[in-house]
Design a protein around this ligand. Structure first.
Ligand SMILES: *[C@@H]1O[C@H](CO)[C@@H](O)[C@H](O)[C@H]1NC(C)=O
Ligand SMILES: *[C@@H]1O[C@H](CO)[C@@H](O)[C@H](O)[C@H]1NC(C)=O
Ligand SMILES: *[C@@H]1O[C@H](CO)[C@@H](O)[C@H](O)[C@H]1NC(C)=O
Ligand SMILES: *[C@@H]1O[C@H](CO)[C@@H](O)[C@H](O)[C@H]1NC(C)=O
Length: 299
């Protein structure tokens, strides 16, 4: 009986962690991506975002960037929960849109990269054809696009199907049991905040912004660019993510491992760079969308 109870408790624990771990970059990660993006918005983007944002005291996109995580548990939004990630087959360290971007029923386009194309298209159609009736809620389109641009940069949001992007790999983060996906969504960022930034998220964001102006400044133009004059390039970002997942996230993180300083210190630079790239690319995508003429009309 005792054994059974223990098993039950363990199962419930793992299950709650699965649910919990199925979140994307935690709130802090999404806030960071959007806050960095805001610093690179062109005038047309600033104006369009201001029109589309829900009423709020200071009209800050970053405050709404976790909205898709908050709603996805509600029954009417459950269909969006597949749109936060994409999975590759077992041990495949590459990503292919046609092979990988579908839901469990093999519906094409039903994954994070498909969703980024979808919401980019919706925002574009509103920008290009001011005569056409807008069929979609563009506030939602903006918030989904901003959120999924963050997610596609989290390496384990393009992870293996077999372990649900690290969700079923139970590890210890220092002394606490958690799963590998959660380590990459939250724990590395949390530990960085505690270790280097006196638990202040604004300080961490400032440090990344400074790095974008110095250490990374030569890379930023290439991060922004998108091939063939496309508005959005999520396939490239997902390919980078699975490559990083194989090289850094899964590596030396088999079930039962205790991850400590060595893992933290070698993976933190990857997390910081992905947050910065997510921000730069969100801004670049929105700038490409909203600089299209004629301007957004009738919003
Ligand atoms: C595209 O967005 C619309 C509006 O949110 C939604 O109804 C549709 O299911 C989405 N499709 C995909 C593939 O994400
Ligand atoms: C658009 O979506 C937002 C968020 O779901 C909602 O608050 C708002 O009322 C919607 N706007 C319209 C015109 O339906
Ligand atoms: C471990 O969990 C405890 C209790 O939830 C928390 O206070 C502590 O900060 C966690 N430690 C790490 C390294 O995440
Ligand atoms: C760190 O944060 C605490 C609590 O917010 C504050 O009291 C303290 O002065 C901060 N330390 C530094 C060095 O900024």
């Amino acid at each position: 009986m005792r054994m059974y109870l223990r098993l039950l408790v363990a199962t419930v624990l793992v299950f709650t962690q699965l649910l919990h771990g199925a979140l994307s970059w935690g709130k802090d990660g999404h806030y960071t991506v959007c806050k960095i993006a805001e610093g690179y918005f062109e005038d047309d983007t600033i104006a369009a975002v201001k029109k589309l944002l829900p009423e709020s005291p200071d009209g800050d996109l970053a405050d709404f960037c976790s909205w898709p995580d908050e709603i996805k548990k509600l029954s009417q939004w459950q269909w969006t929960s597949n749109l936060h990630y994409v999975n590759t087959p077992k041990d495949r360290c590459n990503y292919e849109y046609c092979r990988d971007c579908h839901d469990t029923h093999k519906h094409k386009g039903w994954c994070v990269t498909g969703a980024i194309f979808n919401y980019t298209k919706q925002l574009m159609s509103a920008s290009e054809n001011s005569q056409n009736i807008v069929h979609y809620n563009l506030t939602e389109a903006l918030l989904f696009l901003s959120h999924y641009m963050g997610d596609v940069h989290q390496p384990l949001h393009t992870g293996f199907l077999g372990d649900l992007g690290g969700n079923t790999i139970i590890v210890n983060w220092y002394h606490n049991e958690t799963n590998l996906h959660h380590v990459w969504d939250n724990m590395i960022i949390d530990s960085a905040l505690e270790t280097y930034y006196n638990s202040s998220l604004p300080r961490m964001i400032q440090a990344l912004q400074a790095k974008l102006k110095n250490g990374w400044s030569n890379d930023v133009p290439s991060w922004k660019s998108c091939h063939f004059h496309q508005k959005a390039c999520p396939n490239l970002y997902a390919s980078e993510s699975i490559d990083l997942a194989c090289k850094y996230a899964y590596r030396n993180a088999t079930p039962g491992t205790t991850l400590g300083d060595e893992y933290f210190l070698s993976r933190l630079p990857v997390v910081e760079k992905r947050l910065a790239q997510g921000g730069i690319r969100l801004a670049a995508t929105l700038n490409r969308i909203f600089s299209a003429k004629p301007k957004l009309a009738g919003l």
